[in-house]
Design a protein around this ligand. Structure first.
Ligand code: FMN
Length: 214
C-alpha cells in the first residue's frame, strides 16, 4: 500500500495581507489569474466545477474557464450532461481553482445560468472544427456508449455531414454557463499550515472582507 502520510510540502511562496487585497474580488481574482497565466503552470484556466442535484448529491469535474468578466465566470459544456442536469435542477455551484506553482486556491460560489444562444454560438465558431464535431458527437454527454468504435463512427458521420469549409452549426444542447459570484475565497499557503484565507461576501455597498481560520 502506498504510504501518503509523510508526503507534505511547506508553502513558502507568498503571503496574503488584508491591506493589499483589492476591494473588488473580481479584480483580485483577475490579478491572480494573470500571475497564474504568466507562470509555467499547464492550463491554470482549468477549474473544478462542483454541482449538486436536487437531492443534494454532489459531483465535481474539471472544465475550462472561458471568460472572467465583471458579471461573472464563464464555462462551456453539454446541457444534457451530468453537470447540465444538476444545474437545471439546482443552479447553485462552486468553481475551484488550485494553482500549485503559486500555492494558491480560489473558490467562487454562486448561481449559474445559461448564456444566451448568440454568445454561445460566437464562442462555438471560434473553436477548432474537430472540437465542434466532437461536441456534436458526444451527446448526450455522460451517457454510456458501447465502444470507442461507436464514438468514432459518430464523429466520422458528422465529418461527412459537415464537409470541410462548411460551418458546423452549434448544437442546441451545447453552450455556456455564467456563474454570478455570491462569495469568493482567496487562499495563500503559508508555512506550518498557518495559511492566509480571506472571504468576500456581498455588503450593502461593495463586498465585506473577512479573514478565515486556516
Ligand atoms: C483539463 C480538462 C478540461 C476539461 N474541460 C471541459 C470543458 O470545458 N467542458 C466540459 O464539458 N468538459 C470538460 N472536461 C471534461 C469534464 O471534466 C467531464 O469529464 C465532462 O464534462 C463530463 O462531466 P459530467 O458527467 O460531470 O457532466 C475537461 C476535463 C479536463 C481534465
Amino acid at each position: 500500500m502506498t504510504d501518503l502520510t509523510d508526503l507534505r510540502l511547506s508553502y513558502q511562496k507568498g503571503e496574503l495581507r488584508r491591506d493589499r487585497l483589492n476591494p473588488d474580488p473580481h479584480a483580485q481574482f483577475q490579478g491572480w489569474l494573470e500571475e497564474a497565466l504568466a507562470s509555467d503552470m499547464p492550463e491554470p484556466y482549468a477549474v473544478t466545477l462542483a454541482t449538486a442535484d436536487d437531492l443534494g448529491r454532489p459531483s465535481a469535474r474539471t472544465v475550462l474557464l472561458r471568460g472572467s468578466e465583471e458579471r461573472g465566470l464563464v464555462v462551456y459544456s453539454n446541457y444534457h450532461s451530468h453537470k447540465g442536469r444538476d444545474l437545471s435542477a439546482n443552479p447553485q455551484a462552486e468553481l475551484l481553482f488550485y494553482w500549485p506553482q503559486l500555492e494558491r486556491q480560489v473558490r467562487v460560489y454562486g448561481r449559474v445560468e445559461r448564456l444566451d444562444d448568440a454568445e454561445s454560438t460566437e464562442y462555438f465558431h471560434k473553436r477548432p472544427r474537430e472540437s465542434q464535431l466532437a461536441a456534436h458527437s458526444s451527446d448526450p454527454q455522460s451517457a454510456p456508449i458501447a465502444s470507442r468504435a461507436e464514438l468514432e463512427a459518430k464523429f466520422a458521420a458528422l465529418e461527412a455531414r459537415f464537409p470541410e469549409g462548411q460551418p458546423v452549426p452549434k448544437p442546441e444542447f451545447w453552450g455556456g454557463y455564467l456563474l454570478t459570484p455570491a462569495a469568493w475565497e482567496f487562499w495563500q499557503g503559508r508555512p506550518n499550515r498557518m495559511h492566509d484565507r480571506f472571504e468576500y461576501l456581498p455588503a450593502a455597498e461593495g463586498w465585506r472582507i473577512t479573514r478565515l481560520m486556516p
